[in-house]
Design a protein around this ligand. Structure first.
Ligand SMILES: O=c1nc[nH]c2c1ncn2[C@H]1C[C@H](O)[C@@H](COP(=O)(O)OP(=O)(O)OP(=O)(O)O)O1
Ligand SMILES: [Mg+2]
Length: 484
């Protein structure tokens, strides 16, 4: 089981045509999408610039701990797919090969048309992909530079769009093309108009939709599919205006709920591959946790101080450290010392858990494995509730505890150790959707809310982890900068 999201990048909203297919074919997967609308269109830009922009998008999505990357943009695929594939340790998929394969399957006349951006046409990426498989195939490529702007300016259904599409496709009419590759992920949004101009005898190939077949296959092949039954999350980011993105996205994906795309600035992201292990150690700390809920909370605490926060997701090949200790501190030390040694970077490890008075302090250090090995919040919560079924409200008191250990490589004697607690009560009915783990059942009596009903910031202000961090506040920066 792998709950990490699949990442999608595109110059704008076009890649949503791939996401639409992914939501349909892979409904259990979490997804995160980034459209670089501020710098669109990519089509007319030189290949080197497209490569730099694409790295910035990739570096941003890597901070979201994606398990797979889909370059849902033909221009970026043509310019940067091999470079990115060579550097990342996660599977990377482009849109050109899947589109080519589908086109070869569809053609009867052996004459395939390709419409794409200038960049994609110039790169010859489709010609190369198609000729490798079918050397004798006849190909006619045509740049359709105006299509992306039509889509992005929400003109795809206007009379102007009809005119532009008809004019652009003119050279392809009266040929014996029977298959036309939509070699840009924006183009499927113009599909009805394109089909109308080309006539019903021409099969349109949606390169993006074809790509999702490959995504699905690779999820199985690398055993990366998410088979949890939690409702998946879909996060959308744009470098442009979220309102425009939402408007186009909600209509295209036929969403019932608002999309709420978030604005991001990626211009300070590196324009090349950054190996996490090459980062300067002074200002980087690795959160030695596999729990994304914890990582998020630590990021919120460290990043405002200018510290780069990495997590184990940035180091997929580092071996997992088992928790075999009998106390929170032993476990936190084990995790911190071993990961610091393996990564040769400073790390912070957290061992935490819930101690319920009516259960003699259980589940305690076994909180993550309460319902058995593997992390399943729902099963742990269900077991907790079952064990408390006969316990009256006033006896359902409990304490959350955290022990934090900061460790530097090969110096366990220099570990920094702090603790934090939070008292509360276990409710019978879950409330709230934020947070993680036991949060929906943990009532903070003074607030009348569960931890899952608090914002991240509100939770940090009172939580066991927040309290432990406040104990660290005065000492961690000096500790991190100190040479040993
Ligand atoms: O603020 C919290 N809100 C809700 N639940 C929480 C919290 N803090 C810890 N917990 C629960 C989650 C897990 O069931 C156990 C920690 O187990 P613990 O071994 O420390 O963490 P983990 O296995 O999830 O991740 P990792 O060891 O990779 O850091 O306590
Ligand atoms: Mg654990």
């Amino acid at each position: 089981m792998n709950k990490q999201p699949i990442g999608f990048i595109d110059s704008g909203v076009g890649g949503l045509t791939v996401v639409k297919e992914a939501l349909h074919q892979l409904p259990a997967e979490n997804t995160v999408y980034l459209g670089d609308q501020a710098r669109l269109p990519y089509g007319p830009r030189p290949a080197e610039q497209v490569q730099a922009f694409t790295w910035q998008m990739v570096n941003f999505l890597l901070t979201k701990h994606i398990k797979m990357l889909v370059i849902a943009c033909n221009t970026a695929t043509a310019a940067a797919l091999p470079l990115i594939k060579a550097k990342l340790s996660i599977p990377v998929i482009g849109v050109i090969k899947p589109g080519s394969r589908a086109a070869l399957k569809a053609t009867r006349t052996g004459h395939i048309g390709i419409i794409a951006t200038e960049g994609t046409v110039k790169s010859g990426a489709y010609t190369q992909a198609l000729r490798t498989k079918a050397p004798d195939i006849r190909l006619t490529s045509l740049a359709a530079p105006k299509f992306v702007s039509l889509v992005e300016s929400n003109e795809a259904h206007s009379p102007i769009a009809k005119r532009v599409v008809a004019d652009t496709l003119q050279p392809l009419l009266h040929t014996d093309i029977d298959t036309l590759v939509l070699g840009c992920t924006h183009y499927p949004i113009l599909r009805p108009i394109i089909q109308n101009v080309m006539g019903s005898g021409v099969t349109l190939i949606d390169s993006g939709a074809e790509t999702v077949n490959d995504v699905s296959m690779l999820l199985d092949y690398f055993d990366l599919a998410n088979d949890s039954h939690e409702t998946p999350t879909h996060d959308y980011y744009t470098t442009g205006a979220p309102s425009m993105f939402d408007q186009l996205g909600e209509a295209w994906l036929e969403l019932k709920a608002p999309m709420h795309a978030q604005h991001v600035n990626i211009e300070s992201e590196p324009t090349h591959f950054v190996d996490a292990a090459d980062m300067p150690t002074g200002k980087t700390i690795v959160v030695a946790s596999k729990n994304p809920g914890k990582v998020k909370e630590f990021k919120a605490m460290f990043e405002p101080a200018g510290v780069t926060v990495k997590s184990l997701a940035d180091f997929p090949s580092v071996p997992t450290v088992d928790e075999t200790g009998t106390t929170f501190e032993e476990n936190a030390r084990q995790k911190a010392d071993q990961y610091a040694k393996d990564l040769q970077l400073p790390v912070i490890a957290d061992d935490s858990g819930l101690m319920v008075d009516a259960l003699d302090g259980q589940p305690g250090i076994r909180s993550a494995r309460y319902a058995g090995d593997g992390h399943n919040d729902a099963a742990n919560n269900a077991k907790l509730l079952a064990n408390l079924a006969d316990v009256p409200d006033d006896a359902r008191t409990a304490t959350f505890h955290t022990t934090l250990v900061l460790a530097k490589p090969d110096h366990p004697e220099a570990d920094l150790v702090v603790h934090g607690d939070l008292s509360g009560q276990i409710t019978a009915i879950p409330r709230g959707t934020d947070g993680f783990g036991y949060d929906p059942f943990f009532l903070v009596p003074s607030l009348g809310k569960t931890l899952a009903e608090l914002t991240a910031e509100e939770k940090n202000q009172i939580s066991h982890r927040g309290n432990a961090m406040r104990s660290l506040e005065k000492v961690w920066q000096a500790w991190l900068e100190e040479e040993i």
